[in-house]
Design a protein around this ligand. Structure first.
Ligand code: MRU
Length: 341
């Protein structure tokens, strides 16, 4: 962690989330105490990043218990509402399902069930922090993490509630003196790289260089990046990995130039029930994100927009997947089955 937390849990009351749409200009926490408020915060990317979406989903279920009652029917309704907010990150739905299991196992009355949901949410956040720390240590010595590294989107503490995934690996490699610089793509259309990763790199004291997404191919070709490391939102049973749109292009170009491309993701981001990337649901977002920014429109109205939030990198382009249990290497099928089984 670099001195901030993207989420604070207030058992019995709600949560406070750092509004990531305001960063880096403003560090403003929002108090959320209804399911509708949690759903809005997720949809608007005030909270974001696969592991943090999981933790927020668990908190959303505890909030649902307070607001709507902790009986099975009321909780199932809230679970469906929260799961529908963002489809690609598997952590969100998985943690909501885990919360339902935890409350079903809790003995006692309504009050006891509510308390069980808050305990589960707090455990989910604590577990994420432990996973991040272990994952970062496993990734530190990856081949290619030398000199400089390229990353995409935002995968630091803002995206998990702990140290992060890919950015935590990069931070460990930097502390170990293996890398001197991190190149960060701006990550259009919502600029998670320009706004959030550059902010986190600054907080960590790591020299960062921002580049337009369109410059990534030539940066890789120039040999300036020893490796590309990104996070993931859902990794299928065969190792195909969905991540922020543009990741596939980075992996393809990295392969063309013999630069290793790695994913870093905790076990919660693996989806053993989805056989391959083709079956991963991809979120499509509105045209306002591409046609303008921050309320300002720069493209003429009426034109069509293609705005997938994620793409899928085929497993054969991935040199390794860093997890809290170690680095998975191809062929990924058996390793993922062992991790998720
Ligand atoms: O749309 P976002 O900002 O939620 O997308 C986030 C990403 O794509 C991250 O790379 C991914 O969730 C991994 S976060 C540790």
């Amino acid at each position: 962690m670099s001195g901030f937390t993207p989420i604070r849990i207030l058992p019995g009351e709600g949560i406070e989330v750092l509004d990531q749409t305001r960063l880096p200009q403003e560090e403003r926490y929002l108090r959320l105490s209804t399911v509708a408020e949690v759903a809005e915060a997720i949809r608007s990317l005030r909270v974001r990043g696969a592991p943090l979406l999981g933790v927020t989903g668990a908190c959303g279920m505890a909030i649902a218990g307070e607001e709507r009652g902790a009986g099975p029917e009321a909780l199932a309704e809230s679970a469906a509402e929260l799961k529908a907010t963002r489809p690609t990150a598997v952590d969100l739905g998985a943690m909501i399902d885990e919360a339902l299991v935890a409350v079903a196992a809790a003995s006692g009355d309504e009050e006891g069930r509510r308390a069980a949901l808050w305990r589960f949410a707090e455990r989910a956040l604590a577990r994420q922090r432990e996973r991040d720390a272990a994952l970062a240590r496993h990734g530190r010595d990856l081949p290619g993490l030398e000199g400089a590294v390229l990353t995409h989107c935002n995968t630091g503490g803002l995206a998990t509630g702990g140290a992060g995934t890919a950015l935590a690996v990069i931070a460990e490699a930097w502390r170990a003196g293996r890398i001197e610089r991190c190149y960060a793509t701006e990550t259009r259309p919502l600029l998670q790289g320009a706004r959030l990763t550059m902010w986190e790199l600054g907080a960590l004291g790591i020299p960062g260089t921002l580049l337009p997404d369109t410059a990534a191919a030539s940066l890789i070709a120039s040999g300036r990046g020893g490796a590309v490391v990104t996070g993931a939102d859902r990794i299928a049973a065969n190792g195909d990995g969905a991540n922020k749109v543009g990741t596939y292009g980075l992996a393809a170009v990295a392969a063309r130039h013999g630069v290793p491309f790695y994913l870093a993701a905790p076990a919660s981001t693996f989806d053993g029930a989805t056989p391959s990337g083709e079956a991963i649901p991809i979120e499509f977002r509105g045209d306002d994100e591409v046609g303008g920014f921050g309320g300002e429109r720069w493209s003429p109205d009426g034109g069509g927009v293609y705005n997938p939030a994620f793409d899928v990198t085929p497993a054969d382009l991935i040199a390794g997947i860093v997890t809290e249990s170690g680095v998975l290497r191809p062929p990924y099928g058996p390793a993922i089955a062992a991790l998720t089984g």
